[in-house]
Design a binder for this molecule. Sequence first.
Ligand code: 9D3
Length: 243
Amino acid sequence: MRIDIFTLFPRMFDGPFGTGIFQRALSQGLVELHIHNIRDYTHDKHHTADDYPFGGGGGMVLKPEPIFEAVEQARKEVPAGEEPPIILLSPQGRLFCHATASELSRQQCLMLICGHYEGVDDRVRQHLATDEISIGDYVLSGGEPAAMVVVDAIVRLIPGVLGSEDSAKHDSHSDGLLQYPQYTRPATFRKWSVPEVLLSGNHAQVARWRRQQATQRTLERRPELIDKAKQGPEAQPPSADMT
Ligand code: 9D3
């Protein structure tokens, strides 16, 4: 998968994409990442990427021209015939979820535009972006952390990115419940002991306990996940690898 990210702060992506499973996906050639500095596509002496809002009000708005130019330049580099989704990260977007991640993970190319300041000139949304995504109802200072979240959720679903052990596990536990409690050694830590059943070696009993714990946790903490499961096939619950 080829991913193009358009941002005023390209260095923000150095850390997250330079470590862990993402770095491995890059070096294995499963993912190709291109970070573009929107400021490089300005033409004036001061490299102006933002301006005052028409109609007044506080803050600054990202200008359309450098964003259009950056995206159009990158579009020339995507394989012929590809129509990559052009996703604007914005608080006004539709809420990102596992189903969206799963859909997007099947694309050959993705383009992500990170907004900043008080927002992006609306012509970017109307005439350039094909999709607008928010990662939740809280205020970020820009679209960059949202782009990282979206890319992380997508890349781990690309076949070969996670170990085979992981992907097999996801397939057999896609029940839409929160995860059951996990423990490792020592069996007793500061007088707190691991539930007896997990030490019993009785796999059927362990499976039953885990299912019961997962259900109880979900009912207590995220009852809407159970409600969603009842809505039928057009409103699929998130699979367990999300939780
Ligand atoms: C508090 C400021 N808001 C009203 C004037 C507007 C606003 C503009 C730009 C609020 C946040 C931002 C920057 N956020 C994003 O670009 C963003 C975001 C987010 O803030 N929350 C959840 N998902 C996303 S995706 C992009």
